[in-house]
Design a binder for this molecule. Structure first.
Ligand SMILES: C[S@@+](CC[C@H](N)C(=O)[O-])C[C@H]1O[C@@H](n2cnc3c(N)ncnc32)[C@H](O)[C@@H]1O
Ligand code: SF4
Length: 419
């Protein structure tokens, strides 16, 4: 799902003119009680908020473009993104960019020329690390052969294709704008045009049984994706499915499905390195890994979240969510609706929300480096998690056990701030 890492902090309501101190670097640099010895890698997330049609399960900040791709305010939106970046530069001065993720929404609604301009404007302002991974999310409903190659030529290094299922009946029930044949054509072209790509699937779909899941996996694995993301369909509040819930497979079937996914991906050389992510050697997603390792990210675009570390604090930002308002506010110099320092207890819990999703877990030294907190702060919950068989520990590392991954929210909740 990529675009947003796990976040626990409820942020205060937006003010109409934007968050105070949003770009005031001296404010965020002032002394404080936390000590960060080094800054983590910095990624860039860019949100493009339009889709052809809103899927009934989706709670992402995505808006139907009633006029299709032709009616999108492409040029104005990129102007706004760049104005937003310009205003944000003092907060990330001198830091190289580790990875870029252009997510949505449906970024593949934007023309390759627009993506080319966007990446050119980003490069003119920020230094990218050598080999910087640049992912773009694509929907097979927007697929044209020349388009994927043109994204590659614009500098995109990795495509993430939202397929969800290869079964036309499921695709229809999920309100998708593409069918099985378009999905296969898009993935075949992604494999040709890019050195690496990701395929998004969902499981535990309305009316799906184990045989249906097997058929989806047969097709997905036949395309030999270097990276596969498989998400349990969740019914999110404020979606069409929340108001009109479809009949879903029972929990024990869903567990059996997850076991099947883990077994079959492993047999095809895809290692489960995160709760929902499976990759061939050398094809893990650098951008998402940076989220899960509690790295920094500047989030540009409507509703985008950001996290930035300074010598004595961590800043959390959220941009205005509604695309027109975002564009207006970005052009006026402050697209940041909310900006807040993350408190100590929330830092600890957010670190665990992310790092415990990784099969390899985390190094204790990294916990201190990324949260500014001493390891002693987590000794008690670590002991408790170990006693319950949810984590394994060596001298310098902690990782979730198989049981810990199965009961991840129980494990994470051991690190919740005490009341
Ligand atoms: C933000 S979407 C962007 C991808 C692209 N817009 C698309 O849908 O083709 C990223 C992925 O999140 C997953 N996703 C979205 N909503 C979900 C939900 N309610 N439950 C599980 N997975 C979900 C889907 O697999 C989707 O491909
Ligand atoms: S295409 Fe993707 S982002 Fe758009 S509504 Fe569907 S799931 Fe959400």
């Amino acid at each position: 799902m990529s675009a947003s890492p796990a976040v626990s902090v409820p942020l205060r309501a937006a003010t109409p003119e934007g968050a105070p101190h949003a770009h005031d670097v001296m404010h965020w640099m002032r002394p404080g009680t936390l000590q960060f010895q080094a800054l983590p890698p910095l990624s860039l997330y860019i949100h493009l908020p339009w889709c052809l049609r809103k899927c009934p399960y989706c709670d992402f900040n995505s808006h139907e473009s009633r006029t299709g791709a032709d009616g999108l305010p492409e040029a104005q939106y990129i102007d706004a993104l760049i104005a937003d970046l310009d205003a944000s530069l003092p907060l990330v001065w001198g830091r190289p960019v580790h990875s870029i993720f252009i997510g949505g929404g449906t970024p593949s609604l934007f023309s390759p020329a627009a993506v080319d301009r966007l990446l050119g404007d980003v490069r003119a302002r920020l230094k990218l690390e050598p080999g910087c991974e640049i992912t773009l999310e694509a929907n097979p409903g927007t697929f044209e052969r020349h388009r994927f190659r043109a994204y590659r030529a614009a500098g995109v290094t990795r495509l993430s294709v939202g397929v969800q299922s290869f079964n036309d009946a499921h695709l229809q029930a999920l309100g998708r704008v593409h069918d099985r044949a378009q999905a296969i054509a898009a993935l075949e072209e992604a494999a040709q045009a890019f050195d690496t790509f990701n395929l998004d699937l969902m499981y535990a779909l309305p009316g799906q049984n184990l045989a249906g899941l097997d058929a989806d996996l047969d097709q997905a694995l036949a395309l030999a994706p270097p990276h596969l993301s498989v998400y349990h369909l969740t019914i999110e509040p404020n979606t069409f499915f929340a108001k009109h819930p479809p009949a879903l497979p029972e929990d024990d079937i869903a567990y059996a499905m997850l076991d099947r996914i883990t077994e079959r991906t492993a047999a095809h050389g895809l290692q489960r390195y995160e709760v929902s992510a499976y990759a061939q050697d050398g094809h893990r997603c650098a951008h998402n890994l940076n989220y899960w390792q509690f790295g920094d990210y500047l989030g540009l675009g409507a509703g985008a979240h950001g996290k930035l570390t300074f010598a004595h604090r961590v800043l959390r930002q959220v941009r205005f969510r509604e695309p027109r308002l975002y564009m207006e506010r970005a052009m006026a110099g402050n697209a940041v609706a909310q900006a807040e320092e993350v408190g100590r207890a929330d830092l600890l819990f957010e670190y665990m929300l992310n790092a415990l999703r990784l099969r390899e877990g985390f190094a204790l030294a990294q916990f201190s480096e990324r949260t500014g907190l001493p390891v002693s702060t987590i000794q008690r919950p670590l002991q408790e998690a170990e006693r319950k068989g949810l984590i394994g520990r060596a001298l310098h590392r902690v990782w979730p056990t198989a049981r810990g991954l199965d009961f991840l929210s129980d494990l994470q909740s051991l690190f919740l701030p005490e009341e």
